[in-house]
Design a protein around this ligand. Structure first.
Ligand code: NAX
Length: 331
């Protein structure tokens, strides 16, 4: 039998936390043969609720779950973890300045970076979910210099899955037959959902989404804004933000990263830019990636038209601005 892997979930007493911990304990994230030990971190005001989640996790008697730690101590939480899913953060409250929210998250991610660097397993894979996800991941990277930069990523898989879902609904085909959409850039409303290379498998053949949809007007306008604004639409409908879809996407992200993407399929991940597609190195930017043996690599050589170029640059510009705002919070 495989040795258990330790999985950290920060913000585990929150909404996404509550949805993701049972998924992890059922093998959705690391596979049905991989036992796990869960490390759940939250802050003092949520300690009692966190303990309630721990009680439920015990009561669920998950066969793969070999241990569950619930703590408000960052060091205990990070000790020996192989995977870290960073869901905890400071939410934007009404009337708060962007800079104040950024400043709170910068100090959280700075502290958690140091704890991970000192106490996590050497090959720990980190996924930042909490917003501003790309910039929180960048701060984490800056303050954990001994963690390889390839091990620090942020979640744009939810946006990717939302794009697959919109195409599936539009064409009335199973979502599993749609692939290779791309989310470029920031996990924010400037993200660019790109279908130029996406395909649908019909009667055993892959066909371009553009050809099947045959409505460039819809693809270039409504499709894009629907994906960009989906988070807000969920809040409007549910009076709470996306949780089960976010938790599912975080599991998809880690699973594909660790176990590999299927041949001929790519996914979107926020990763440290190496300058691919002319995106400034030093940003955490969402790219199309394939994964093999626990490593991601950016898909190269895709043709980028003028429409895409402008949108990819606009979201990069926003990330550059977020980065300078974050740095200004450090002083
Ligand atoms: P909740 O407010 O329900 O939960 C957040 C939890 O984090 C709370 O229990 C809080 O006590 C805890 N927390 C706060 N500071 C912490 C710290 N320093 N250490 C540990 N825990 C801490 O929010 P939820 O709906 O679960 O969303 C969590 C985060 O995910 C938010 O930042 C949200 O904006 C972000 N999202 C990101 C998405 C993505 O695709 N990247 C999509 C979903 C989600 O909106």
């Amino acid at each position: 039998a495989n040795a258990p892997l330790r999985v950290l979930v920060t913000g585990a007493a929150g909404q996404i936390g509550y949805a993701i911990v049972p998924m992890i304990a059922r093998g959705v994230m690391l596979g049905p043969d991989q036992p796990v030990i869960l490390h759940m971190l939250d802050i003092e005001p949520a300690a009692e609720a966190l303990n309630g989640v721990k009680m439920e996790m015990i009561d669920a008697a998950f066969p793969l779950l070999k241990g569950v730690i619930a703590t408000t101590d960052v060091v205990e939480a990070c000790m020996g973890v192989n995977v870290a899913v960073m869901v905890g953060g400071f939410p934007r409250k009404e009337g708060m300045e962007r800079k104040d929210v950024m400043s709170k998250n910068v100090s959280i991610y700075k502290a958690q970076a140091s704890a991970l660097e000192k106490h996590a397993a050497a090959d720990c894979k980190v996924l930042v979910v909490a917003n501003p996800a790309n910039t929180n991941a960048l701060i984490l990277k800056e303050f954990a210099p001994s963690i390889p930069e390839k091990n620090i990523t942020c979640l744009t898989r939810l946006d990717h899955n939302r794009a697959l879902g919109q195409i599936s609904e539009r064409l009335d085909v199973p979502v599993s037959d749609v692939k290779n959409v791309i989310i470029w850039g920031n996990h924010s409303s400037t993200q660019y959902p790109d279908v130029n290379h996406a395909t649908v498998t019909t009667s055993g053949r892959e066909k371009p989404v553009r050809e099947l949809v045959a409505d460039d007007q819809w693809l270039n306008t409504e499709f894009i804004t629907t994906v960009q604004q989906r988070g807000a639409a969920i809040i409007k409908a549910r009076k709470m933000s996306s949780a089960l879809s976010a938790a599912g996407a975080a599991c998809d992200h880690i699973r594909d990263w660790v176990l590999g993407t299927p041949k001929g399929t790519w996914v979107s991940m926020g990763v440290y830019s190496d300058g691919s597609y002319g995106i400034q190195p030093g940003l955490i930017y969402s790219f199309p990636v394939t994964c093999e043996k626990g490593n991601w690599s950016i898909v190269q050589g895709l043709k980028i038209d003028e429409f895409s170029r402008a949108k990819m640059d606009a979201t990069a510009k926003e990330l550059t601005e977020e980065k300078s705002l974050a740095y200004s919070c450090l002083n």
